[in-house]
Each structure stands twice: as structure tokens, then as C-alpha cells.
Ligand binder design. Structure first.
Ligand code: GAL
Length: 457
């Protein structure tokens, strides 16, 4: 037996030559197979996964100007160090920063000024005027696209009133004025369609009374009833009613008829959104259990009530301001932390079903500087708009709240791209990296590609 043992040595030695050819072939085949499995699991950083190529794919879609914001040095904090402990405190006490994040009215995006060089450019954070030259009032909003007329409808809170506090420690507020609607075919020039759901000035017990809270309206179209359905957060001034309200209209331009409010399945609900899936199933997603988790509840067929299906997600996550979208059959949700009007870090979660489970993917904000990325570009998300005809590209819509003067809150719209596989494997699960990396890119100035709105869908 001992004599039969081959001597140590590599291929080509006398010992190896005694090895049957079939064994060598099997060994080679095993190596090839192993290599293939490895490269599938850990693709080399080329093609789509390489950060440089990601940037290139965005340039394909957008024209932009190099943001000088990126080069802003981090301002020293009070201890003279290069880092600051609290962005927010520093922001409110620094007029320099306020000028950066809320540039004055002279820099407004105004279609009436007819500045050809600036046409179609989005300037996150600048005042934005409608087709009549008035600042757009559509905060905490969302957009409904109607393919037949190729028209976008932007619904949001009209906060064009005086900012005040009902008590020393309460949050800043304005009286309810109503929900505004604007229409556009190019997403840049918006026509004011007026207040489509008006506040009630007389009836103190009405959900829409001026003293209440009516926030984050979102509209979806019901193909069966052919009605436009608006869901919104309904509350009283101290946010203890914690309900959702629903209104309905025969036309996107309203007027909407208010039908009432409820706590879905008896649970408190504050920041919310709705999402209509490709098969017509619609979901309402809201912060619940004192904002400690989100609930996903299936809406009734007519979208005017709830079905008996609800799922608790992001439990113990303390997330709000949900914005949901779908990409290649998978669901993505961007949320904020719960810090009132003050910005914080966005997170994106993904799931194979709206009811979960939802997996954490991380902070989607890229570009700019650390402060911008840590504060969702100094804003809070409200909606993600798919761009008809441009796959893999969306617009992330956010609010840059100004709690000193809420009517002067600004809009931060930025390109959101799905750029190849995620960088990291998902938490808790071992899966192939099928999930696209969600990236929201900071640009101080950017625009959509020319004629994007003429693409045949
Ligand atoms: C935020 C919420 C806003 C508004 C605000 C009031 O957390 O996202 O929609 O409710 O609080 O402080």
C-alpha cells in the first residue's frame, strides 16, 4: 500500500503522470465551477457596480452643473473643531447657514423671468414660482401622473399663513388653509389649479377646521370607480387625534369631497403615504404606535376604506415621512427619523412584498458633503416619482422645512437612480445581490434630459 502512494509533487512530475486524465478534468471542472459561483456572489467592481460608472449613468440622464456646495468646507463648531455636534442647533443660530439653505427670493426659480439659461433647471432649496410668478405652496406633497394627458398633478399643503406656536413647547404651525393642486407637463412649469380641498373656517369640530392639522396629502386614481382618491394625515393641533382622512373627486383638478377620518384598525397614524401597485392593489403606510413603527394596510377596492390586512414593519425603528416606489418587481421605502421640522438622516428599506419583510439598505444620499448626506440634503422626504419613459430613474421629492416661517419652506427635488446591485449584502438574510442600490444624488442645479417628456411610453 505504502508504495502505491504518489510522491509529493506538482503536475508534470512522475507521480502526476500516473494520475488518470479523467481525474485532472474533474479537478479543472470543479475549479471553473467554484470560480463561477464566487464571481456571481462577489462580482468584480466593474461595469455597473463601479462608482465611476454609476456617476456616468446619471450623466446620461441628467445635465447638471458642478455643485459648489460640494466644496464647502465643514464650518467649525463652537469648540473650534472641524466637526459639529448638532447640525440643527448650528443652523438655527447661524445666519450664514440659513442663507445657504434658504437663499433669498432674488434667486427664485421663476418661469416668468424668462431667463433662457436657467430654463428647466431644478435648484433644490430655492424659492420656486408657479406660472403666475407666485411661490408654489405644495408642502408634504405627492404627484399623480395621468398618462392619457401626459400631465402631472402635484398636491400639497398650502402653508401660506402666519407661523405660530399654540404653547411654549409645541411645534410651529400654520392654520389649515387647504390642499393645493398644481399641474404640469414638464415637471418644471406648474400651473396653480387652486385649493382642491378647502379648510373649514366655521365648524370647530370639523377635521378641516383651521385650528387642526391636515398634512401629507397623496392622491391615487381608482380605475374601477374612476375616482381620484386623496388620503392625508388628520390631527388636532397637539397631534393627539392621529388619524387618516380621505377625500374623493371626479377630476384630478378637484374639488375633492371630504369623507371623514379614522384610525386604521384602531391604531394611531401620523405621517403617511399611499402606494398603488401595478395590479391596482393600494396600500396606506403610516407611522403608528407613537411613531415607533410603520403599518402597511391594504385599502379597500374603492380605496375609500381599509381591508382587514395589516402588517407592522420597521418595528422599533422610529421612522416617519414614508415614500414608497417599485422597481423591477421589488419595493423600496425611504423614511426619515422623527425630529419634527428638523432634518435627519434618510434610510431606505426594500422588500419583495409591500407587507414585508422590509430590509434595511442604508442611507441613499450621495454626493455633496457630509452634512448634506447626514441631513437628507437638509430636508425630509415626501414622495418618489417614477419618470415615465426613463427606466431606473426617479425624482426624490423632499421638503426643506423652515419652522420660523413655514410658508417659506423649500422643495428639494433630486434625481434618484437605481444603479446595479447593492454594495452590501442585505442584513439578516443571505441572498444574491439582486437589489439595486438606491442613490439620491446631490446637485445644486440640474435638469432632466432634453425632450424626456416626449419619449413614447
Ligand atoms: C414632522 C412631520 C411633518 C410635521 C412635523 C410637525 O415630523 O414629518 O409632516 O408633522 O413633524 O412638527
Amino acid at each position: 500500500m505504502l508504495q502505491r502512494l504518489p510522491k509529493q509533487g506538482g503536475v508534470g512530475t512522475a507521480a502526476a503522470s500516473k494520475c488518470p486524465v479523467s481525474t485532472i478534468i474533474w479537478i479543472l471542472a470543479a475549479w471553473v465551477l467554484l470560480f463561477q459561483v464566487y464571481t456571481t456572489l462577489y462580482p468584480p467592481p466593474t461595469a455597473l457596480t463601479h462608482p465611476k460608472n454609476r456617476v456616468r449613468s446619471i450623466i446620461r440622464y441628467t445635465e447638471y452643473e458642478e455643485p459648489e456646495f460640494n466644496r464647502l468646507p465643514l464650518p467649525p463648531n463652537r469648540n473650534g473643531k472641524k466637526r459639529r455636534p448638532d447640525y440643527i442647533e448650528e443652523f438655527w443660530s447661524s445666519s450664514h447657514k440659513r442663507q445657504i439653505y434658504f437663499p433669498n427670493k432674488s434667486s427664485a426659480i421663476d418661469p416668468l423671468t424668462n431667463n433662457e439659461d436657467d430654463r428647466f433647471y431644478f435648484h433644490p432649496g430655492r424659492e420656486w414660482h408657479d406660472s403666475q410668478g407666485r411661490p408654489i405652496q405644495a408642502h408634504g406633497g405627492g404627484i399623480l401622473y395621468i398618462p392619457e394627458t401626459r400631465t402631472f398633478y402635484w398636491y400639497g399643503e398650502n402653508k401660506d399663513g402666519r407661523t405660530y406656536h399654540i404653547s411654549k413647547h409645541s411645534t410651529a404651525r400654520v392654520d389649515v388653509i387647504g390642499i393645493n393642486c398644481y399641474s404640469s407637463t414638464d415637471l418644471w412649469l406648474w400651473k396653480n389649479e387652486g385649493i382642491v380641498l378647502k379648510a373649514d373656517e366655521r365648524n370647530v369640530s370639523s377635521d378641516l377646521h383651521v385650528s387642526k392639522v391636515v398634512e401629507r396629502p397623496k392622491v391615487i386614481y381608482n380605475d374601477k370607480t374612476r375616482k381620484y382618491v386623496m388620503w392625508m394625515h388628520i390631527d388636532n393641533a397637539n397631534y393627539s387625534k392621529a388619524s387618516v382622512g380621505v377625500a374623493v373627486s371626479l377630476k384630478p383638478e378637484g374639488p375633492f369631497k371630504y369623507l371623514g377620518s379614522a384610525q386604521p384598525h384602531g391604531f394611531d397614524s401620523r405621517d403617511m403615504t399611499v402606494f398603488k401597485d401595478g395590479d391596482g392593489t393600494a396600500y396606506i403606510i403610516y407611522s403608528s404606535e407613537g411613531n415607533s413603527e410603520l403599518h402597511v394596510t391594504v385599502l379597500a377596492e374603492d380605496y375609500l376604506g381599509f381591508r382587514n390586512i395589516m402588517s407592522r414593519v420597521l418595528v422599533h425603528g422610529y421612522r416617519e415621512a414614508p415614500a414608497v416606489f417599485k422597481h423591477r418587481g421589488l419595493y423600496y421605502m425611504i423614511t426619515s427619523g422623527c425630529t419634527g421640522w428638523a432634518p435627519n438622516t434618510a434610510l431606505v428599506h426594500s422588500a419583495e412584498s409591500m407587507l414585508g419583510s422590509w430590509q434595511l439598505m442604508g442611507n441613499p444620499c450621495v454626493g455633496g458633503n457630509e452634512e448634506l448626506r447626514d441631513t437628507t440634503f437638509f430636508s425630509q422626504g415626501t414622495f418618489v416619482l417614477p419618470l415615465p419613459g426613463i427606466p431606473d430613474m426617479f425624482i426624490f421629492m423632499a421638503d426643506r422645512w423652515n419652522p420660523y416661517d413655514l410658508r417659506d419652506s423649500r422643495y428639494v427635488w433630486l434625481p434618484l437612480t437605481m444603479d446595479g446591485p447593492a454594495d452590501e449584502p442585505l442584513e439578516d438574510v443571505f441572498e444574491f445581490p439582486l437589489w439595486s442600490r438606491v442613490s439620491i444624488h446631490w446637485y445644486q442645479k440640474w435638469k432632466l434630459p432634453q425632450d424626456w417628456d416626449k419619449v413614447q411610453i
